[in-house]
Design a protein around this ligand. Structure first.
Ligand code: FAD
Ligand code: MLT
Ligand code: ZN
Length: 475
């Protein structure tokens, strides 16, 4: 298991005692879980590559309860791992040792929704897909969407600053989140839960917590701006003969589709093989080297259809695209999206997965995949590239029958050095968690890392919040 592969020492936190359990029971009666079977799911991450050995899972319902719990843990020097839907991909969501797991699962209430502005205020444990349904019934959509929507919590999305499938259109959560409520390590409730579009009253403190992966505070509630539900949504799934054509098609899309382009995702032929083999999904287009999913979202059906068909005509006539299919109805749209969204799942069925999530200049995006195929040879089962091409975000994944230190040695630091050579980011959207903490230096200068450490010390002087994660571990 990962803890053994990446050795770290337990820091001198207290160990949960019977008296601690009794105190938790007083704060949140019948929501203190110590049953090993129930704890198992929260101790193991989604990829099943990390396992903690926490003995207690706490399920508060309110921010006041979170505040009481943290105040107590702070006094007692007990380490805490906040957990949302446990779909994180960098080992940040599960304990490394015996940290208390603080789950937001029962903090799942919508507080308010303003139907003129589209501003949603809700608790951090709301499941993304449920929020999507809630706002869609009111003719809005969530500004983010991702393959883990059925399980991930909005608080977890904020804590990881998740990107996902709507980033190209609606941008980062750093723009769409208007306010946050956060409980700090010592139990202080920081209520910055405003719903203002403009607010320049000094430092924008909420930004500190977005992407902080549970290391600076526990996000308990969020105010988020939802866009109106588009009247017309179209999805085109296209086959491209090479990566140069994938890039050229992107460029053409931006010019010809303009403001209605809402997603540009790509996957290579090996990804298609994997979803076919492991999930029995079939390609809707002729076999190609690359596949592209283009989504448009607009306000007039005829206008969008006209734009999309002239784009397709051009792309086919010029040879950028060799085959394509179009969807306007919900069922087929979902089916086409599943080909892209379910690659993650297909990969985990293929064997042990080495996962990299990298930002690169778009014209060099696929070179790393090609380089690695040659470098790794038959050691790897599959070397695949897919991702949010429109955002310059490559998901590079390598599978093997089982974890192998020699394969890891061929991958790292090579992948990180290659990325740094392009001034790319070693974590585009998944975060740092437990798995990437030692590689931040490839994308951030020492001065930035020092300032991050100073902020951590300021906000969490005892280091009880999600220890061993995100920042290089303190001695
Ligand atoms: P968890 O996994 O429970 O936690 C993640 C981190 O956030 C941990 O460090 C945890 O301590 C912290 N945390 C959780 N809740 C809180 C809180 N309330 N306050 C403070 N800290 C908290 N990511 C993308 O960016 N784009 C994608 O397209 C994408 N697709 C995915 C598809 C699949 C199939 C899967 C399994 C994952 C995908 N992810 C993607 C990873 C992504 O990070 C998570 O899915 C999601 O954002 C995490 O939410 P969660 O509630 O599951 O958080
Ligand atoms: C995706 O875009 O599919 C997600 O980020 C998950 C992954 O990288 O596998
Ligand atoms: Zn992604």
């Amino acid at each position: 298991l990962t803890c053994e592969r990446y050795p770290v020492r337990r820091l001198p936190f207290s160990t949960v005692s019977e008296e601690d359990l009794a105190t938790f029971e007083r704060i949140i009666p019948r929501r203190v879980i110590t049953d090993p079977e129930e704890l198992e799911a929260s101790n193991v991450d989604w990829l099943r590559t990390m396992r903690g050995c926490s003995k207690v899972l706490l399920k508060p319902r309110t921010s006041e309860e979170v505040s009481h719990i943290l105040r107590y843990c702070h006094e007692r020097n007990l380490a805490v791992n906040t957990q949302g839907g446990n779909t994180g991909l960098v080992g940040g969501s599960v304990p490394v040792f015996d940290e208390i797991i603080l789950s937001t699962a029962l903090m799942n209430q919508v507080v308010s929704f303003q139907d003129i502005s589209g501003i949603l205020v809700c608790q951090a444990g709301c499941i993304l897909e449920e929020l999507s349904q809630y706002v869609e019934e009111r003719d809005f959509i969530m500004p983010l969407d991702l393959g883990a929507k059925g399980s991930c919590h909005i608080g977890g999305n904020l804590a990881t600053n998740a990107g996902g499938l709507r980033f190209l259109r609606y941008g980062s959560l750093r723009g769409t989140v208007l306010g946050l409520e956060v409980v700090l390590a010592d139990g202080t409730v920081l209520n910055c839960l405003t719903s203002l579009r403009k607010d320049n009253t000094g430092y924008d403190l909420k930004q500190l917590f977005i992407g902080s992966e549970g290391t600076l505070g526990v996000i308990t509630a969020v105010s988020i701006l939802c866009p109106p539900k588009p009247r017309a949504v179209n999805v085109a799934f296209l086959g491209c003969p090479g990566f140069a054509e994938v890039l050229q098609t992107f460029s053409t899309c931006k010019r010809m589709l303009g403001e209605i382009l809402s997603a540009y995702e790509f996957m290579d032929a090996e990804c298609m093989q994997l979803v076919r083999h492991h999930l029995h999904l079939t390609s809707p287009v002729q076999e190609s080297q690359f596949y592209v999913l283009v989504e448009t979202s607009g306000s007039r059906v005829e206008h969008d259809a006209e734009k999309l068909s002239s784009f397709l005509e051009h792309a086919l006539a010029s040879g950028l695209v060799t085959d394509g299919t179009l969807a306007t109805d919900q069922g087929k749209i979902k089916m086409l999206w599943a080909l892209r969204e379910r690659i993650t799942e297909a990969l985990t069925r293929d064997g042990y997965v080495y996962k990299y999530d990298i930002s690169l200049p778009v014209d060099r995006l696929y070179d790393l995949v090609t380089d690695l195929r040659a470098r790794l040879g038959p050691q790897a089962k599959h070397v695949v590239g897919y991702g949010h091409l429109g955002d310059g975000n490559l998901h590079l994944n390598v599978t093997a029958e089982a974890f192998s230190p020699s394969l890891l040695g061929d991958l790292e630091p090579y992948v990180y050095e290659w990325t740094a050579g392009q001034r790319g980011s070693v974590s585009a959207e998944h975060g740092v968690g437990f798995k990437k903490q030692s590689v931040l230096g490839y994308s951030k200068p020492p001065e930035a890392l020092r300032l991050m450490q100073q902020l951590k010390t300021l906000l969490d002087p005892k280091g009880i919040l999600n220890p061993y994660k995100t920042l290089p571990t303190r001695a």
